[in-house]
Design a protein around this ligand. Structure first.
Ligand code: G3I
Length: 380
């Protein structure tokens, strides 16, 4: 695809929606970046560096649509640390070069997580050196890009109430090796290394109406309040927003109350990893595209009522780049269609839903109490 990406309207075969949508230009003033900017938002994607390098259509969408991007994997420990005493910054450096060349902001993801740790970590990290290992990693990585990053996911997914701790913390290798202070240590090290970046706590499941979601919201607020009381430098929260169609359970007010509590702590809010899994929907592409689009619209119509939401990113650019086929495959093994562009880089009905939700925010009163939302929180 060269030039403008068009809304998919005609049936190009199995991978694109046959849903009757008029083809319209989606670039320039019609891009999500522009509609987001009008609504005081940044919009973008989690990106794959190899795709950016080699896939012209993929790259064109990112260049046309994004005002912010985040590496899906290129800045994780596993990608940066081939061995304990060696760093590999090739992909991360190239991503920052791409972002700065295209005047796109860059989020870092992530400095401390229980997953995506290199193979040597389990064999080499121990209670005696894990603190130094964490601090050295953060100082080296965040220090390398100091002053050039929009934000960092400093700690990712530290809460897991199913692990049974009173504080709701996940039984993470970092907790076991460093102790409960690992979160504070990570944020203080990141602030010291890059005073300019917005230091973010990033979490999934906060948007869920399930009992797990309610417990996770409570435990997350408890942790954030404790960090703030100790003047730990946390600037933002990433609500990952991995939704499951149809998102009919529950209601948005619990999420809005959670976000209001984050705002009252002085936190900025990012919808950091949006996608809508169609795993539980019927096979028909038009049905899936319609329901997924409705869920994007409903969720954003609710979440964007919170004025401290400043960025919305989807976890992937086109349907072929989603991680959901590996992580949550459909029983019929059909490829999922969770994102805003299909696997032929055509904008889908969900593109229009997100664009319309940005426009709808324009008219929202700045601090009005939450109106009854059309969005139904998904059940995890
Ligand atoms: O690069 C290796 C390749 O060399 C090897 O041949 C292949 C098969 O083993 O694995 C490749 O690494 C994979 C990596 O993605 C890059 O594709 C890992 O196995 C795989 O586990 C990894 O999955 C990523 C996952 O996080 C774990 O890091 C997904 O792409 C990524 O979308 C997912 O993203 C997470 C966020 O970081 C946090 N929030 C949830 C989100 C979705 O799970």
């Amino acid at each position: 695809m060269a030039g403008a990406a068009m809304l998919s309207g005609c049936s190009h075969g199995p991978q694109t929606s046959t849903h009757p949508l008029p083809g319209i230009d989606v670039t320039g003033k019609a891009s999500l970046r522009e509609h987001a900017a009008n609504a005081r938002l940044l919009f973008g994607f989690a990106v794959n560096t190899a795709q950016l390098r080699s896939n012209r259509s993929y790259r064109a969408i990112v260049e046309q649509q994004a005002s912010i991007i985040v590496p899906e994997n290129a800045m994780k420990w596993r990608a940066l640390r081939p061995s304990m005493d060696r760093y590999d910054f090739e992909d991360a450096d190239s991503l920052l070069t791409f972002a700065e060349k295209n005047r796109i902001k860059l989020r870092g993801h992530n400095l401390c997580w229980h997953q995506s740790l290199p193979d040597w970590f389990a064999a080499s990290a121990n209670a005696a050196d894990a603190h130094r290992l964490l601090v050295d990693h953060i100082r080296t990585v965040a220090g390398r890009y100091a002053g050039r990053m929009h934000s960092w996911d400093v700690v990712n997914e530290a809460i897991n109430t199913r692990d049974g701790r009173a504080d709701g913390l996940r039984n993470s290798p970092w907790l076991r090796l460093v102790g409960t202070d690992y979160i504070e240590i990570a944020f203080r090290s990141a602030r010291e290394a890059d005073p300019a970046a917005l230091l973010t706590y990033n979490e999934y499941g906060l948007e869920s109406a399930s009992p797990d979601g309610a417990e996770k919201r409570a435990a997350t607020l408890q942790m954030l309040r404790r960090l703030k009381q100790r003047n730990v430098p946390v600037d933002a929260i990433g609500i990952q927003s991995h939704l499951h169609a149809p998102s009919t359970q529950g209601a948005g007010p619990e999420l809005l109350r959670f976000m209001a509590s984050c705002r009252e702590m002085g936190l900025e809010i990012f919808l950091s990893e949006m996608d809508v899994s169609d795993r539980d929907l019927s096979a028909a592409i038009d049905t899936r595209d319609r329901v997924v689009a409705e869920d994007y619209r409903g969720f954003l119509n609710t979440a964007l009522q919170e004025r401290r939401v400043t960025a919305v990113l989807t976890w992937g650019v086109d349907d072929a780049s989603t991680s959901l086929n590996a992580e949550q495959p459909r029983k019929d093994r059909l490829a999922q269609r969770p994102l805003l562009f299909d696997s032929r880089y055509q904008a889908k009905p969900s593109f229009a839903s997100v664009r319309d939700a940005f426009d709808a925010r324009l008219g929202a009163a700045p601090a009005r109490a939450a109106a009854p939302s059309t969005f139904r929180l998904p059940r995890l």
